[in-house]
Design a protein around this ligand. Sequence first.
Ligand SMILES: *Cc1c(COP(=O)(O)O)cnc(C)c1O
Length: 383
Amino acid sequence: MIPYGRQAISDQDVEAVVDVLRSDFLTQGPAVERFEREMAAYCGAHDAVAVCNATAALHLACLALGLGPGDRLWTSPNTFVASANCGLYCGADVDFVDIDPRTYNMSVPALRKKLELARAERRLPKVLVPVHFAGQACDMGEIRRLADEYGFSIVEDASHAVGGEYAGHKIGDGTWADITIFSFHPVKIITTGEGGMALTNSPELAERLRLLRSHGVTRDPAQMTGPADGQWYYQQVALGFNYRMTDLQAALGCSQLSRLDDFVERRTQLAQRYGELLADLPLTLPWQDPAAKSAWHLFVVHCQQTAERGRVFNALRAAGVGANVHYIPVHTQPHYQRLGFRQGQFPEAEHYYHGAISLPLFPLMTEADQDYVVEVLRKALAS
Ligand SMILES: *Cc1c(COP(=O)(O)O)cnc(C)c1O
């Protein structure tokens, strides 16, 4: 089976992890600090806080921004459930903004319309989570303008977009978002096995993220309610979690980060090649915003006849091509249906879902692998 995504682990990656195994620190220690420093420098962010996965990073980001019961978080229905669940973890209400049928990202006109209505009803969101679907950035300039006008914070879910760019800025440099979230799951652009990160230019938010990452416990006298009892002293000053990343993971992260640009370049080459090889087929290929430089987490083709998706998908799988579907709209999941969401509520996301297929795309994919995927797809569409 050719998988839809797969990690690329080198001997250098293996050595980096083994070195940590022989060192004094296994859990959060100097390698985590180094990974945070190197990632912040790569992106041009002031601060980076590494955690155990991107879901934890989304949760901490919402908490750091003060999201709680009675507040609202809005995100895209075309995402993994974690982008919405983080709002529910905080006791907030979650709602969705339908997607743009061309980019599959959150639609800015739909967002503007929903904000106007929400202002009239005094139901404005506190946090917006735009998701850079497949690695292509949302229209962040416009979303920032709306954030300033309506007074909400932006947590960009850049799980797909590590190494990508928007308007000449690296994703994560904090030009538009208050907090940027990365995932280092093995199918993503770089991996730490499990892992995530929150980047921000706000020292206050960074301090809050660090505190909540480790139980809300501090050894910093400046954060305590009174003088320390002695050198052993620590205080729990908030209700935090154990969301730490291990040094084993961070060492892998540093080693992978040194090849991030190569990974994005290879993904881009393969995506361009898919574009050429599939140009004559009755499929909609991913449209690219000239303002964005995608990290190409996914290559999604859209079947123009919806009835075809199941048949084509089954033919790919039967021939050993690990196609996948990203995403089943979050509001159609039973958990969200129980919260009151209905089929038909976000029609663009639903229409997109019914035709979407993610083709295999990962740095170690060969051109022969790709030719095979294209041949199987071509036959399936012709039959
Ligand atoms: C992978 C992913 C997540 C969750 O990442 P984890 O590191 O597995 O917790 C969140 N949002 C999106 C868009 C993702 O693709």
